[in-house]
Design a protein around this ligand. Sequence first.
Ligand code: PGA
Length: 250
Amino acid sequence: MRKKIVAGNWKMNTLPAEGATLAHEIVSRITEVPSDVQLILAPPFTHLDRVAEAIKDSSAALSAQNCADRDKGAFTGEVSAAMIAAAGCTYVILGHSERREYYHETSATLNSKMALALANGLRPIYCVGEKLEEREAGRHFDVVGAQIREVLFNLTPEQMASVVVAYEPVWAIGTGKTATAEQAQEIHAFIRKTLAEKYGWLSEEISILYGGSCKPANARELFAQKDIDGGLIGGAALKADDFIAIARSF
Ligand code: PGA
């Protein structure tokens, strides 16, 4: 059985005290969420300690939103996978489209980050997804297929087993425009099939999350799809009510 996951990507939002309050609100209502749903909170780096403290007695897990592509040393402004793990993170989001687009992350960068995350015992949440023009040109399968092959195909099966994949069409992120359940299911099935080329039966065990304007009003229909195992939530993760409602949508 694949793990059901609802992960909140807070992006560059909230100050540390607000983040701690939000985390407390979420864990105080965690009993409303089915016990087989793993909640993950991904606050900014500066809040990791406080959020770790807020969720420590709950089943919620902590994630970072990124990690450095180097081990340690003279890399001003970077935060290493080892530091993130030491701060209490179990997960790290890698390859989010905002990182690919604004910070020029390529498959080469992501291969380094992936290796370091895994070496430090973190579970990567690896994001893939096409831009609007790529979908309109009918290239979404090619784009997503390449993002999978160029990074995830370099892993051993043991490493792959600890990866979560998130499909996030760039045109749906923060736009209020969601992929239809059919569009999302079609590409989730494609991702699983692509993973099966390399990893065989293991592809059936990999959780594949949908992200992009996922909210309480559409989560139920999305999560009902055969190959959608949960969501990576941006905007709606900043309100405990919405985040909990989404996690109750399975
Ligand atoms: P959104 O963001 O839910 O605000 O569209 C999702 C994401 O980028 O992870």
